[in-house]
Design a protein around this ligand. Structure first.
Ligand code: AMP
Ligand code: FES
Ligand code: ZN
Length: 316
């Protein structure tokens, strides 16, 4: 197979686009998709500063490199979850990447914040992944606002977005369906959130990371045992195989016709938000969900006899 643009032997086949590219033309194509996403949804305006949430995985590191190559003012944000072995490995990838490219990086350490994920797992009786997601989003927003960034970018790709949209649709979750998309506008207490890779598949971001020699953290989280929405993703990969282009047309169609309809309904049912009395993050209760988690974890940790033994041992 030959590269569609320059006719040298192709290295990357993209059936969804009925095409194949050599490395150089793939990079041009990739950049074109990111620019198209940014322009179409006004994700980043000229001169704006972007805080990029970096997990150490292929998507977020790819995003950081591409936005920086496009000339955007980027700063990385890594949330160190405090999970033994796995968190140190992920953080090392992020720190190594930012040092190699001379990029700014901000790290939040959940151990220092009193809310490491192993303690959340131990003391909170709810799925750890959902609590962890909530804590990460809390810090993304907080650092973006406190640091005066114009927006917060995450590495969600087309497969992530389609799987999430599909899950929301299966439940007809009007709340989520009213605002899922590549750009969630800023409102009081919330930074603008953007997903510049939403037009690119997981395969395409993996190719970009490989071609550019990005060293990634690929081990799954020990608590979740793998990627989210695995079943939905498998289903969609089958659909895409049989009918190339299904993913992007489902997602684009939703943005054009589905989301506006749900947004109309949801607008009438908005909740009043005010700053959390402890950390100032927006919340519909007096103290926000993350501060309540922190209080619960702190209390249960203090009452835990195993931890009391640890403390005596630490002091000795
Ligand atoms: P995930 O939900 O793990 O698929 O991650 C989605 C996106 O959230 C990633 O592409 C990153 O932009 C961001 N992210 C996930 N985990 C972290 C983390 N520990 N620190 C910073 N950003 C993260
Ligand atoms: Fe949060 Fe695994 S529990 S990444
Ligand atoms: Zn709070």
């Amino acid at each position: 197979m030959k590269c569609r643009k320059c006719k040298v032997p192709a290295e990357i086949s993209l059936p969804s686009h009925n095409t194949a590219f050599c490395r150089a033309c793939f990079s041009t194509y990739f950049t074109g998709q990111v620019e198209r996403a940014i322009d179409k949804h006004k994700l980043i305006l000229p001169g704006e500063s972007v805080l990029v949430a970096l997990s150490g995985g292929k998507d977020s590191l790819t995003l950081m490199l591409e936005l920086s190559r496009l000339g955007h003012d980027v700063t990385g944000l890594h949330v160190d979850l405090g999970i033994p072995v796995s968190s140190a490995a992920a953080r090392a990838k992020v720190e190594g990447f930012c040092a190699q490219h001379g990029m700014k990086l901000h790290v939040v350490e959940l151990i220092k914040e009193g809310l490491p994920i192993p303690d959340v797992k131990k003391y909170i009786n709810r799925p750890v992944c959902s609590a962890c997601g909530k804590i990460k989003r809390h810090w993304f927003n907080r650092v973006a606002l406190e640091g005066g960034f114009h927006c917060l970018a995450t590495g969600h790709n087309l497969d992530d977005e389609v799987a999430r949209l599909f899950a929301n649709t299966l439940r007809w979750d009007a709340g989520y369906l009213s605002d899922q998309g590549p750009c969630l506008q800023a409102e009081s207490g919330f930074a603008r959130k953007i997903k510049p890779l939403y037009r690119l598949t997981e395969f395409e971001t993996a190719c970009y990371a490989f071609i550019n020699g990005i060293s990634i953290h690929s081990a799954p989280c020990p608590y979740s045992g793998g990627a989210s929405f695995t079943g939905h993703k498998a289903l969609w990969s089958n659909l895409e195989y049989n009918s190339p282009g299904s993913k992007i047309s489902f997602y684009d169609g939703f943005l054009k016709r589905g989301r506006p309809a749900f947004a109309l309904v949801e607008k009438e049912e908005g909740h009043e938000l005010s700053p959390c009395t402890s950390c100032a993050s927006p919340t519909s209760t007096e103290v926000c969900g993350v501060c309540r988690l922190k209080i619960a974890v702190t209390e249960r940790r203090a009452a835990d006899p195993d931890r009391a033994t640890d403390r005596v041992r630490d002091k000795a």
